[in-house]
Design a protein around this ligand. Structure first.
Ligand SMILES: [Zn+2]
Length: 263
């Protein structure tokens, strides 16, 4: 049990050290002298302050100072690792959103250019058929030709609806990406609900035709929903928001030192 705890701490610290290595330590001198004394030390090279993220002493003046209540509360340990995963999810949502908006634009442009496409199609299709006859390859029945024919056959209203639907879906993905990136609780809710409502559709799609891409996309979405609900304690799970905040506070170096100073 103790080993497990120690191992967890090492993993958590690895994330903190990696972050501090990239962005630098986060030092803060609280106005409260008792508390400040617990965070400060003298070294041969001068004063050093404990980093609020990784807990190491960083030589030099503190990066900021003020009342302890105004001190930054950096993400630490597991929360820091979670933040990394959340940002990855946000990037994935962003790319998906941009792709969908581009797709909506293509459909929209196609609606406008439909008549001219239809004219070209009608004019050239006999020639294509003729070519097919002579070469023995049925171009007119090739997948792209059939897809184009199906799009041309679809009503104007259907295509406009399709473009609007794809655009709305793309914008939802962008909203999810933004909410996740800034790490707000509403963003996590939007991402969970926005992803979950499409899961039944994804299952239906899989029953229609199975492809490796569809399976992977479905599993990523399913895992993201489950992980977000579990680790962020959404919908009141595992004590909900209050428990989440409490967990965060318990990992705050300043809070720990503050509690120790009070004793
Ligand atoms: Zn640090």
């Amino acid at each position: 049990m103790k080993d497990k705890e120690a191992r967890r701490k090492t993993t958590a610290r690895r994330w903190e050290l990696r972050f501090c290595g990239r962005r630098g330590h986060l030092t803060y001198a609280p106005d409260e002298s008792g508390l400040a004394g617990r965070l400060r030390t003298e070294t041969a090279q001068g004063e050093a302050w404990r980093c609020l993220r990784c807990g190491d002493y960083a030589i030099g003046a503190p990066a900021a100072s003020g009342p302890a209540d105004d001190a930054p509360t950096p993400l630490r340990g597991k929360a820091l690792r979670d933040a990394f995963i959340i940002r990855l999810l946000a990037i994935e949502r962003l790319l998906r959103g941009l792709f969908l908006i581009a797709a909506a634009y293509v459909v929209w442009r196609f609606v406008g250019a439909r008549d001219s496409v239809q004219r070209v199609f009608d004019k050239d299709l006999p020639a294509v058929r003729d070519l097919s006859r002579r070469t023995g390859i049925d171009f007119a029945d090739a997948a792209p030709t059939r897809l184009l024919q199906r799009a041309l056959d679809a009503g104007h209203g259907t295509l406009v609806l399709l473009a609007a639907g794809v655009l709305a879906y793309g914008l939802l993905e962008l909203l999810e990406a933004y909410g996740l990136w800034i790490m707000k609780r509403w963003g996590e809710y939007v991402a969970v609900v926005g992803t979950a409502i499409f899961l039944p559709l994804e299952i239906y799609e899989l029953t229609e035709k199975v492809s490796a891409f569809k399976i992977v996309a479905f599993l990523i979405n399913l895992a993201a929903v489950a992980w977000l609900i579990w680790s962020k304690r959404l919908f009141g799970l595992r004590g909900g928001h209050a428990a989440f905040e409490k967990e965060r506070e318990s990992t705050s170096l300043l809070e720990v030192e503050r509690a120790a100073a009070r004793v």
